[in-house]
Design a protein around this ligand. Structure first.
Ligand code: DUC
Ligand code: ZN
Ligand code: ZN
Length: 462
């Protein structure tokens, strides 16, 4: 038998469907064999006794180096963003390429590629954000880009400079359906939010907690209902991203009962944070400003139920990092006085999987196979990376995270690798953490120590 570059022995392998014990033989960056007694043919053996051997995480909802408004700078470029992702057990992330109004998608994509080139520690593949669905964009740019492998795009129903109205949503859905592209929708009703912001301003309610009260569940629920209804009219499957509450989940369930194909995503912030976190002293609540905002404990339970019963397909971080104590971050001169100017988004690409592993698998809310489906396999399936990525099978890329299920970790930003200056999960105690991570057969992190170099991550064309 030809030698293997690496054989992983002694671990418990889990995929989205099965749990089994055998050796994993890796050759040429791919999983070449699953079986017993492979160590005799190994150039290098990694002993995973007592550990889980899982497909590398795929985080399909990550913001990196995204323009964020005047004077505001996202805390991660591709180097720190992918480094942080890697230490959290991810081997592929999918950031967004944001088209600013009036600029071409191609030009923006070229800029993102230039930023990512040579900088990444994980593999990367881009989604598009379409906020200017002009006839040129829908008629020419989008078809050409989908043909080139940019097969997923996000649209917003909120934010004045990003939102699409219903006519624009329908037109975009229509083109996406013909192209076979996947559409992700941010569901919040911008007019309702604007109405509430004006009310809050009139009452001088300007603290971070007003971010949550101006973006109530009803604004998300209504937009979710509208998104799935417009998708039904066009007859296109949609992905409803970052679902935060039970009422929005109900809309998704009803759409599915009517026969629509709806993929649903939730995120750690909707499991372990609540709107009360936005109430912190001295503007600390700004650390938790993200959209949709964290809700209450009943909505947390609804999200857990959705993770358990299969309502949710995807568990993503929505990593969208800004520094807290910085003039180009949360506490920018306007943001430090008015919630409306606090940039929306929180860091979390490194803590996404440990939080779900600990709160979900270790506490018995979900099993290890569901964990793998929610954090890796379903992302690959939803966005055209499967079976190259997202599973442990012969012929797949050897993207593997070896987890120590017993490791106790208290989350401290000082120990994380992103470019922000805080973690919204500071002090959270978790059990289980990825200790060794392989990217296409190359050991990147060994026993929680970096052993690779930037630039090992590649662009993945879909
Ligand atoms: N939507 C996201 O998906 N991420 C951060 C901010 C937002 O509104
Ligand atoms: Zn969004
Ligand atoms: Zn996002």
């Amino acid at each position: 038998m030809d030698m293997f570059d690496i054989v992983i022995t002694g671990g418990t392998i889990a995929t989205a469907s099965d749990t089994f014990c055998c050796d994993v033989g890796i050759r040429g960056g791919k999983i070449a064999m699953l079986g017993d007694g492979l160590a005799a043919y190994a150039n290098e053996v990694i002993d995973a006794t007592g550990k889980y051997v899982l497909p590398g995480g795929i985080d399909s909802h990550v913001h990196i180096a995204q323009p964020s408004g005047e004077g505001i700078v996202m805390a991660d470029g591709f180097e720190s963003g992918t480094l942080s992702a890697l230490f959290g057990g991810n081997t592929t992330i999918m950031p967004f390429c944001l088209q600013e109004r009036g600029r071409g998608l191609r030009q923006t994509l070229a800029e993102y590629h230039a930023l990512a080139e040579g900088s990444c520690y994980t593999d990367v593949s881009f989604h598009l954000i379409v906020c200017d669905p002009s006839p040129d964009v829908l008629g020419q740019d989008l078809p050409a880009l989908v043909h080139d492998g940019y097969t997923s795009l996000k649209v917003f129903m909120t934010y004045e400079n990003l939102r699409l109205n219903d006519a624009q949503l329908l037109a975009t859905f229509d083109v996406a359906r013909d192209l076979g592209a996947t559409v992700m929708v941010h569901c919040e009703n911008e007019d309702a939010i604007r109405f509430l912001i004006e009310k809050h301003e009139a009452a001088s309610l300007l603290r971070p907690s007003s971010h949550a009260t101006t973006r109530p569940v009803a604004a998300e629920r209504e937009a979710t209902h509208r998104a799935v209804s417009l998708a039904e009219i066009v007859d296109i499957p949609v992905v409803i991203v970052h679902v935060s509450n039970g009422a929005a989940i109900d809309e998704i369930t009803r759409a599915r009962q009517r026969g629509s194909t709806v993929t649903a995503e939730t995120c750690p912030q909707y499991l372990v944070l609540t709107a009360a976190d936005l109430d912190g002293m001295d503007w600390e609540g700004a650390k938790f400003v993200c959209s949709p905002p964290p809700r209450d404990t009943a909505d947390q339970q609804a999200c857990w139920q959705g993770l358990r019963d299969g309502t949710f397909d995807l568990f993503s971080s929505d990593h969208c990092p800004y520094k807290y104590d910085s003039v180009d971050g949360k506490l920018n001169p306007k943001g430090a006085r008015h919630f409306r100017h606090i940039p929306n988004g929180i860091p979390g690409v490194e803590t996404r999987m440990p939080i779900l592993f600990s709160e979900g698998v270790r506490k018995g809310r979900i099993d290890i196979n569901r964990f793998v489906a929610l954090t890796s396999t379903n992302h690959a399936r939803s966005y055209g990376l499967y079976p190259r990525k997202g599973t442990i099978a012969i012929g797949a890329d050897a993207d593997i995270a070896i987890w120590d299920p017993e490791l106790d970790v208290t989350i401290r930003h000082d120990d994380l690798h992103d470019g922000a200056d805080y973690s919204p999960y500071e002090g959270l105690e978790v059990q289980g953490w990825p200790v060794t991570v392989l990217l296409r057969g190359k050991v990147m992190v060994r026993d929680r120590i970096m052993v690779a170099k930037k630039g090992d991550g590649q662009y993945v064309r879909r």
